[in-house]
Design a protein around this ligand. Sequence first.
Ligand SMILES: NC(=O)c1ccc[n+]([C@@H]2O[C@H](COP(=O)([O-])OP(=O)(O)OC[C@H]3O[C@@H](n4cnc5c(N)ncnc54)[C@H](O)[C@@H]3O)[C@@H](O)[C@H]2O)c1
Length: 448
Amino acid sequence: MSTDASRREFLKTAGAAIVAGAAASATTPAGAHAQDGYPGDFKVAPIDNVRIGFVGIGLQGGGHVENFLKIQGCRITAVCDIRTERTDWATKQIVAAGHPAPKVYDKGPRDFERLCETEQLDLVFTATPWEWHVPVMLAAMKNGKHAATEVPAAMTVEDCWAIVEAAEKYRKHCVMMENCNYDRNEMMAFNMVRQGLFGEIVHCEGGYLHDLRSIKFENRNEGLWRRAWSQKLNGNLYPTHGLGPIANDLDINRGDRFDYLVSMSGPSRGLQNWAAEHFPADAPQRRERFVLGDVNTSLIKTARGKTIMVQHCTNLPRPYSRIHTVQGTKGLFEGYPHRAYIEGRGRNDQWVDAATLRAEFDHPLWKDLEEQAKGAGHGGMDFIEDYRLIKCLREGTALDMNVYDAAALSSVVGLSVESVSKRGRAVDVPDFTTGRFMNTPPLGIFRM
Ligand SMILES: NC(=O)c1ccc[n+]([C@@H]2O[C@H](COP(=O)([O-])OP(=O)(O)OC[C@H]3O[C@@H](n4cnc5c(N)ncnc54)[C@H](O)[C@@H]3O)[C@@H](O)[C@H]2O)c1
């Protein structure tokens, strides 16, 4: 067993000991790993003007670039994409916003390494396809830069460990930019949770239910890479949109943690059927074979005994939903349509439309930033997450999500694949914090 592998085995056992109720100190082996002094609320000195290198400027990356050009205290000084038209586009936006032209890296799929090695940057942000997130983040941290990634951070448990180990070793932030944590309804529910309206939260549900069939078969953007993952893996390939907000409601990695998971997938029909309906008989798309079950359902048990259901469904006709159920001992919030039920408020057995609760329970950050966020991606939540990232870096506070969140939430990809392949057997979720989850303070209600 390699040193790395034995450390991971040790940490897994240590995590299991915590769940079994052992004292935290007994599970934190002196000298066994690099994270001593790397707390869950890891902070660095304030960075007055955050210099950003941006890697992967497609649909989502382009939105982030536009946001950063509107946020004070940051500059995009280097851009990287395998498509020169995208680095050209970014350069044009940056110059039009009144900033110096960025250094361009467009010499192929590993040119981000040269960017990380050469440029003086505080942060490298990647919005590349999934397979590139971890290589970009590792190159960034190794070269002394903080790392931010689009979701999911990693597609395997091994890669989740790799980013945790790099963040601890190089003492860098490594943040997964889960924009759904900043959606207005999700934030309102979180505000209501913090005010105790739902009592103790005992069960949550989330998901990513989005008909992506036409996008997966496009000859551009996500069609160039996302469909291929449906040929490789059968599990929940995109768990973090659903899990991010409910993980905050449940204090995951801040008092509680994911303990174990079971997962099942149904048959894979949607993409095959779509190809048959949209391509001629001799088209190569008609010969493609997919392994991803159209509906994947996973259940997660937390160390404190709470339950989570998380679903993935991107290959069937259906309206968009992230489910978003937050259920406690005194009531619940439910998404799509957004509504709440609070015992003792309103009529028995009747939902209250979330829109009517907004005046009272809207998250203060949304009130603060509503105007600035107008027109930004995904209803404005992408602007709010980018704003928070820069604000935390400039003030030297902990980020809203840490590397352990990136690892725990993303590990559901690999763990669901493993459980599906074992007839839905339970698989342990590693404690990437090695016990730190017990001492990390819960998230508060952020202001502007
Ligand atoms: N948070 C959200 O709501 C949300 C929405 C859409 C996409 N995403 C995520 O954003 C990421 C990108 O998705 P997208 O929709 O923008 O896809 P996209 O295909 O439009 O963009 C990817 C970009 O990366 C570039 N690229 C590919 N390999 C590269 C490499 N090795 N080095 C540099 N550039 C490279 C491509 O040329 C392209 O411009 C994915 O991780 C996806 O899951 C998140």
